[in-house]
Write a protein that binds this ligand. Structure first.
Ligand SMILES: [Zn+2]
Length: 70
């Protein structure tokens, strides 16, 4: 895995060079999200689960609300 030189939003891909991004800690991983995409994580965390896994999360623990659709 390459070292991460530039943080980018996990949802829209905008980099910290273009826009401020927030650091999220999840299951020992660091991921980044921009303020514009934060509401998506708050209201629809299930939609971002696949994205979070792709960002390096192992997916062992569902994020809050991931099973809200049941
Ligand atoms: Zn974003």
């Amino acid at each position: 895995m390459e070292p991460q030189h530039s943080a980018a939003c996990l949802n829209c891909g905008r980099s910290e060079a273009e826009f401020p991004v927030l650091v999220l800690r999840l299951a020992g991983h660091e991921v980044f999200i921009c303020p514009q995409c934060l509401p998506a994580l708050i209201h629809h965390p299930d939609r971002l689960t696949g994205t979070l896994i792709a960002a390096g999360w192992d997916g062992e623990t569902p994020p809050p609300g991931a099973d809200a659709g049941h």
